[in-house]
Design a protein around this ligand. Structure first.
Ligand code: NSP
Length: 216
């Protein structure tokens, strides 16, 4: 069994908990309070900048030149393409100030940045994988279960439930499987731990937005 298949099994329960979150349910039926979505989008826009920086650091470290190019593209997509979705919502909502990093986002970003800086590149690619994979699965799930009539969050749903995003996700999974195959059992274990940690943080990111959780 591939590393990715084995690892997904370890987070299956956590993934199912994500699907049951009120944030996901209400985003999907369009009833999520705008205040919560705005909080989420502002934090996510800050997140994407640092996620893009993390992907660039991985691009600088990864061995295979095709993989260097893939992570450079992922970084550009996070900062330019994904963030364009956020900017368009900010325009609609009249948001000019995204504010500061709040606890869940701060924690997640710093986990990704420190993993990319201090761990091996194999562990770093595993740490960023839930940012692709969980979003694709949640995006697809919402796409299939959405209320598409007058849903204010339609653009979000189409971005993460769309084919373009899915192609990048498949690439990121394939790179993880390749590096996992060529490394030690100990590193594969660390990759799985990093993947689990990021999965947890995806959960807490949505939870924090639903609760509008800020610093004291
Ligand atoms: C927190 C988070 N994780 C993942 C994604 C999808 N790149 C995102 N936009 N935000």
């Amino acid at each position: 069994m591939k590393w990715s298949e084995q690892t997904w099994q370890t987070i299956e329960e956590k993934y199912n908990s994500i699907l049951k979150m009120p944030f996901i349910k209400e985003l999907s039926d369009g009833t999520l309070l705008l205040e919560k979505f705005k909080f989420y989008m502002a934090q996510d826009s800050l997140y994407l900048e640092h996620f893009g920086r993390t992907l660039s650091l991985i691009a600088a470290k990864i061995q295979d030149l095709q993989d260097v190019l893939a992570y450079m593209r992922f970084a550009e997509n996070a900062i330019v393409v994904e963030n364009a979705l956020h900017e368009s919502y900010f325009k609609d909502f009249g948001v000019t100030d995204k504010g500061i990093l709040q606890p869940a986002c701060h924690h997640y970003i710093h986990f990704l940045r420190s993993t990319a800086a201090l761990e091996s590149v194999e562990v770093a690619v595993a740490a960023v994988l839930p940012c692709f994979w969980i979003y694709r699965e949640v995006g697809d799930y919402i796409y299939k279960n959405q209320n598409a009539i007058n849903n204010p969050y339609q653009k979000w749903i189409e971005t993460y439930g769309g084919d373009e995003f899915s192609i990048a996700v498949d690439q990121a999974i394939a790179i993880c499987d390749k590096v996992a195959e060529n490394t030690t059992e100990e590193t594969r274990k660390r990759m799985t731990e990093a993947f689990i940690t990021s999965t947890r943080m995806e959960y807490h990111f949505w939870e924090a937005a639903y609760q509008l959780k800020t610093w004291m």
